[in-house]
Design a protein around this ligand. Structure first.
Ligand code: UDP
Length: 314
């Protein structure tokens, strides 16, 4: 990785992944500007970072034009959990369209690199597994998830347009399901739901028959991957999956969490949301060869971490 001491803009830096990224950059010795409108992010997430003289918080919206002097830009600002983006469809599209264009404009003007936080959702409900970066995906452009999926697909296309037309250096990282401390109980994702339900003795809500799969990456591995993608010279122009290829069925995840929390919660089956992908598993061979990155936290240790977070924060 490159030398530290960079001046870095993190949009969405008060969110779940963004705030962990800010902490990792500060620990590297970088100077961090965090831009966040706090629509899903929270001040508590950056309480530690705010104690550092190298951290600045700017409460604002990435869909408005940006004016900073920075060496690189991470664009993470967007609602990201299905429950959040169902309730903020237009804002999600603005953050990923106007917000991405604003970040790209800033990168063009200042000659700096931009990392686009994209998503495994660009693969939609994939017909091939595991998903490699050269798979085009299988996305419903008008379904309930489309504000997010198509927003991120637009963002990726915008990155490529600025790269081809203006020589902007872009790295696109497709983030797969990530979990860890600072997730919100109310964000509706599967791990916060199951952990909080198990701790509160409520039924674990399984959507569909629970046979759908996901692969869960601990946030510490995720932010290490994001930093390596940003600071590896050869990553310029690349699209890179970052996630943990340890694929499992949702129902088995529920069983694991119930056991780890020693909970006697029942399982309650609910309808599968429309367009819920049936399988998701990243092919991470590119991240391994190009960045020398691989996940290090196994699900057992990661679940211990997130369970202890929710014991204190729910
Ligand atoms: N899910 C579930 N129960 C819940 C929340 C989610 O069975 O209480 C399922 C959901 O249908 C999906 C998977 O868990 O198949 C992951 O959902 P999440 O919202 O965490 O993220 P996604 O990968 O769908 O964006």
């Amino acid at each position: 990785m490159s030398e530290s001491g960079k001046r870095v803009l993190v949009t969405g830096g008060a969110g779940f992944i963004g705030s962990h990224l800010c902490d990792a950059l500060l620990a590297r010795g970088d100077e961090v500007i965090c831009l966040d409108n706090l629509s899903t992010g929270h001040r508590d997430n950056i309480a530690g970072a705010l104690e550092s003289g190298a951290f600045t918080f700017d409460e604002g919206d990435v869909s408005e034009p940006l004016d900073y002097k920075v060496d690189c830009v991470f664009h993470l600002a967007s609602p990201a959990s299905p429950v959040d983006y169902y309730g903020m469809q237009v804002e999600t599209m603005r953050a990923n369209s106007l917000g991405t264009m604003n970040c790209l404009e800033l990168a063009r003007r200042t000659g700096c690199r931009m990392l686009m936080a994209s998503t495994s959702e660009v693969y939609g409900d994939p017909q091939v597994t595991p998903q490699r970066e050269d798979y085009f995906g299988h996305v419903n452009p008008v379904g309930p998830r489309s504000c997010y999926d198509e927003g991120k697909r637009f963002a990726e296309a915008a990155c490529k347009a600025y790269e081809r037309e203006h020589d902007v250096e872009v790295v696109i990282v497709r983030i797969f399901n990530t979990y860890g401390s600072r997730m919100r109980k109310s964000d509706g994702r599967v791990i916060p739901n199951f952990v909080c339900q198990a701790l509160d003795g409520e039924p674990l809500t399984i959507y569909g028959d629970g046979g759908q799969t996901r692969s869960f990456c601990h946030v510490s591995d995720m932010v290490r991957g994001l930093a390596q993608a940003m600071f590896t010279a050869d990553a310029a122009g690349q699209v890179i999956n970052i996630g943990n290829p340890n694929e499992m069925r949702v129902i088995d995840l529920a069983g694991r969490i119930r056991k780890k929390t020693a909970s006697s919660s029942e399982m309650e089956f609910k309808p599968l949301p429309e367009d819920d992908p049936m399988q998701r598993n990243p092919d991470i061979s590119k991240a391994m060869s190009l960045l020398g990155w691989a996940p290090e936290v196994d699900l057992d240790a990661g679940l211990d971490d997130v369970i202890s977070w929710f014991r204190e924060n729910r």
